[in-house]
Design a protein around this ligand. Structure first.
Ligand code: FES
Length: 157
């Protein structure tokens, strides 16, 4: 049964009338036209759908939209400020860390979520945070360089 569900998306109040069991991913892409968040596997195994919920990286394919009522969701479209890319986006650009780019928004949101929780993650913590992010082009060496660059920049802030 439909319910009105209000939450914040990229710092804007949004409200959708929908089944609260629908995945947040579907609502973002189909109802709110935020297509930067990608559908990959639909079962929490690829990371393509990663968004921030109250600052934490989560798989939007696994989160029922009813669970984000009253919460703050950030998608890749909400990362830049004053027409400037987020430092993690800058790091991916500087390292040319994408091929087809399909996994890139999820990868970037995963790194932002990691740095929100820990400004100086260890190599093991970085690996744990990123191991659920799959790149179908296997561009992992440059992705790894970009993540390390973003972490180094964050630790200098
Ligand atoms: Fe959500 Fe793959 S689409 S983890």
């Amino acid at each position: 049964m439909e319910q009105q569900i209000a939450f914040s998306v990229n710092e804007q109040p949004r409200s959708v009338a929908t089944d609260p069991a629908r995945p947040l991913l579907d609502v973002l892409r189909e109802d709110l036209d935020l297509t930067g968040t990608k559908y990959g596997c639909g079962e929490g195994r690829c990371g393509a759908c990663t968004v921030l919920i109250d600052g934490r990286a989560e798989h939007a394919c696994l989160v029922p939209v009813g669970d984000v009522a009253g919460k703050s969701v950030t998608t890749i479209e909400g990362l830049n400020r004053d027409d400037k890319l987020h430092p993690v986006q800058e790091a991916f650009l500087a390292e040319d860390a994408l091929q087809c780019g399909y996994c890139t928004p999820g990868m970037i949101m995963g790194v932002v979520g990691l740095l929100n929780e820990n400004r100086q993650p260890s190599e093991a913590e970085i690996q744990t945070a990123m191991e659920g992010h799959l790149c179908r082009c296997c561009g992992y060496p440059r992705i790894s360089q970009a993540v390390n660059r973003a972490v180094a920049a964050a630790s200098e802030e």
